[in-house]
Design a protein around this ligand. Structure first.
Ligand code: SAM
Length: 291
């Protein structure tokens, strides 16, 4: 087996050899701990029949660990300066392909057709750039492309919010948006010391197992999203007040009360106490009255 990229010494050697300077604006915090990498790949459940999409390979620390276990890895990297570095570090791994692109703009459907028509399942695994965590996760979840799971290192606080249960202070619109599409589990907390440079926050690994069907059936998906976003606009307000100010109008207040009654929800409750199923019932009841 070739020497691991993710040791402090080898990482420094690679950066020096290529004269590479890390760019903070691209969220470049590279992993330098092989145990953490093993744990991430374990949590992802990747095996030799899996195709992996990696977002932001950096100098290839996670990519090589994935390549050792997966059928193939396609790594999407935005920073052109890393292409020659990756060509060098990933040369022992023939089952890896680097795509130079912004993951938020890449044609994911085409990527699956081009690279993964011969694999049993596709999984996303990444140590994400923290400045775009949520847009990247939501892009994959909303795109409806056939991805089985996403296992990602992200800011610990964001992982807690995504995996939060109703009634907790972390629970909010982001929890519902993600859990509508996937079962979320925060698997481990990772200290800042395993990165160079060290981020100012703790990190965590989040595993999202994509559901076959969304967690609730609703008449109109985009309206459902509007309803729960409006319900959390001001966390101190009741659900009735939030909906009256952020979804409907003062004149529509009686119709909103009626919809809450139909859904069996006390108008004095706060958004953070409602489950996804309750939001779905509420959304359908509001849809027929306010739309
Ligand atoms: N995977 C490497 C590791 O674990 O050491 C690097 C992870 S680093 C936190 C994030 C990586 O994502 C960087 O290589 C950065 O250049 C890349 N990146 C940032 N924004 C991106 C985007 N929009 N699309 C694709 N890659 C991006």
């Amino acid at each position: 087996m070739t020497k691991d990229i993710a040791t402090p010494l080898r990482t420094k050697e690679i950066l020096a050899k290529h004269g590479f300077h890390l760019k903070k604006s691209l969220g470049q915090n590279f992993l330098i701990d092989t145990n953490i990498l093993t744990n991430i790949v374990d949590a992802s459940g990747v095996d030799h029949e899996t195709g992996v999409i990696e977002i932001g390979p950096g100098i290839g620390a996670l990519t090589e660990h994935l390549a050792r276990r997966a059928k193939k890895v396609v790594a999407i990297e935005i920073d052109q300066r890393l292409l020659p570095v990756l060509e060098d570090t990933l040369s022992p791994y023939e089952n890896t392909t680097v795509v130079h692109s912004d993951v938020l703009k890449a044609d994911l459907e085409q990527l699956l057709i081009d690279h993964f028509s011969d694999v049993k399942q596709v999984k996303v695994v990444a140590n994400l750039p923290y400045y775009v965590t949520t847009p990247i996760l939501m892009r994959f979840l909303e795109s409806k492309i056939n991805v089985q799971s996403l296992t990602v290192m992200i800011q610990a606080e964001v992982a807690e919010r995504i995996a939060a249960e109703p009634g907790t202070k972390e629970y909010g619109a982001l929890s519902i948006a993600a859990q509508y599409y996937a079962v979320a589990e925060r698997t481990m907390i990772v200290p800042a010391s395993v990165f160079i440079p060290q981020p100012r926050v703790d990190s965590a690994v989040l595993h999202l197992e994509v559901r076959e069907e969304p967690a609730a059936k609703v008449k109109d998906e985009s309206y459902f999203f509007k309803v729960f976003h409006a319900s959390f606009a001001n966390r101190r307000k009741t659900i009735l007040n939030n909906l009256t100010h952020n979804l409907g109008t003062k004149e529509e207040k009686p119709a909103i009360v009626e919809a809450l009654e139909e859904a069996g929800i006390d108008p004095k409750r706060r958004g953070e106490t409602l489950s996804i199923q309750e939001f779905a019932l509420l959304s359908d009841a509001l849809y027929t009255r306010l739309k």
